[in-house]
Design a binder for this molecule. Structure first.
Ligand code: ATP
Length: 385
């Protein structure tokens, strides 16, 4: 088992375009941790993983695994096992030989190889398939063979590159739970690349959100979900996108067109009258009231219901806000099943000030310390506005 420490890692691909895939990145992944690298396509996740594996040489910087500088070592001497999106199984070998192959390369004796392959195959419910070839397996089984091959090897570090993305939605959920349990049991440091924010949130002990070769936020899934450090992360995390509404500070209130909302908790000391900001409010933490109801709060964002989306146990309601000159300002809120307003109904949306966040319009960074509770404490990611 081993910590992975990256210092000043830069990876530039030469050529006419001269892409900088990783840009001076520092990162410490703890021993035994399940760490997710999350980001949009092209942000450098795979390049970073391949650099840790030794499949790419960094242009600058150092890589330590288990206290050992491995920057100059070939992949075979880093004691890592990588599982790719396409599983990369050997089509002409049986399942057993596929699982045992890296052990053969490691010169493990044949008896021991067979035993380790059988044990690992058993633990991954592959016992009945050991004599088959990959072409005779389902996608889910092939994925387990790829995992078994990595597990049997007992590396210091698992490197996973979107290993579940070829599975259908249900199998992916199953495999997710299975992977998490397996990693817990083995306690092997794991770096997991994904562009799927829900997968990162579900699996990781900690995660890094990347953009253009840099880390935009590092934290636990709870921290990243509840306190995105900047507008990039705020817009990337969440299965329903966060409302990000341009606003202006007016005294102790936020002006969004005619609406006057309280400042999100904890932000007042960090903003001044006239500051141009962006209010961040998840639909799950935004309440809706019929506009004519007595309970409708004064100062909320009034508008008309434009779209209703069924989410299963809730509805996502899109409200076109009545904001002067504010064409196309849409606020989304989730409401429980059975409480969805009618299309065209006039409603008032009010973000929960205890959950809402404020971002600076200029650099998009989170304002203030805000209300951090329970498991969210110690986020350490907020930058004062
Ligand atoms: P995806 O989720 O689409 O796989 P990613 O975040 O893993 O994306 P990378 O594959 O690491 O992104 O690519 C990062 C950047 O480096 C991209 O701009 C990509 O085009 C570029 N890149 C990756 N590999 C090479 C290469 N061998 N030669 C030149 N450019 C490359």
């Amino acid at each position: 088992m081993a910590a992975v420490v990256l210092q000043g890692i830069t990876k530039r691909f030469p050529g006419t375009a001269g892409v900088t895939a990783i840009d001076g990145l520092d990162l410490e992944i703890k021993d035994g941790e399940f760490f997710a690298l999350l980001g949009p396509s092209g942000c450098g996740k795979t390049t970073l993983l391949r650099t840790i594996a030794g499949l790419e040489a960094p242009t600058a910087g150092t890589i330590e695994i288990g206290g050992r500088d491995v920057t100059q070592l070939p992949p075979g001497r880093r004691d890592v096992a990588m599982v790719f999106q396409d599983y990369a199984l050997y089509p002409h070998m049986t399942v057993e030989d596929n699982i045992a192959y890296p052990l053969k390369i490691k010169r493990v004796a044949k008896d021991k190889r067979r035993r380790l392959a059988a044990e690992t195959g058993d633990s991954l419910q592959l016992a009945g398939t050991m004599e088959r070839r990959p072409g005779q397996l389902s996608g889910g089984q092939q994925q387990r063979v790829a995992l078994a091959r990595a597990v049997a090897y007992r590396p210091n570090v698992f490197l996973f590159d979107e290993p579940l993305s070829n599975l259908d939605a249900r199998l992916r959920l199953e495999a997710r739970g299975f992977l998490k349990r397996l990693q817990r049991e083995l306690g092997i440091t794991t770096v997991y690349v994904t562009h799927d924010q829900s997968e990162a949130l579900a699996l990781a002990d900690r995660m890094a959100v990347m953009e253009a070769g840099r880390i935009r936020q590092l934290g636990t899934p709870v921290e990243v979900f509840h306190r995105p450090a900047n507008l990039f992360v705020a817009s990337f995390i969440g299965s329903t996108p966060m409302n990000l509404l341009p606003a202006r500070v007016e005294g102790r209130a936020l002006a969004i067109g005619p609406a006057r909302l309280p400042l999100p908790e904890g932000t007042a000391p960090h903003v001044h009258d006239g500051n141009e900001v962006v209010l961040g409010a998840r639909p799950e933490y935004t309440a809706l009231h019929p506009a004519e109801a007595k309970a409708a709060p004064a100062g909320g964002i009034a508008g008309r219901v434009a779209i209703l989306e069924h989410l299963g146990t809730a509805y996502l309601v899109s409200v076109e806000a009545e904001v002067e000159g504010g064409d196309g300002v849409t606020v989304q809120a989730t409401v429980p099943e059975g409480e969805a307003p009618a299309i065209g109904a006039r409603v008032v949306a009010t973000p929960d000030p205890a959950r809402a966040l404020l971002y600076r319009r200029g650099d998009g960074e989170l304002v203030g310390a805000g209300a951090v509770t329970g498991a969210e404490a110690g986020a350490g990611t907020a930058s004062a506005g």
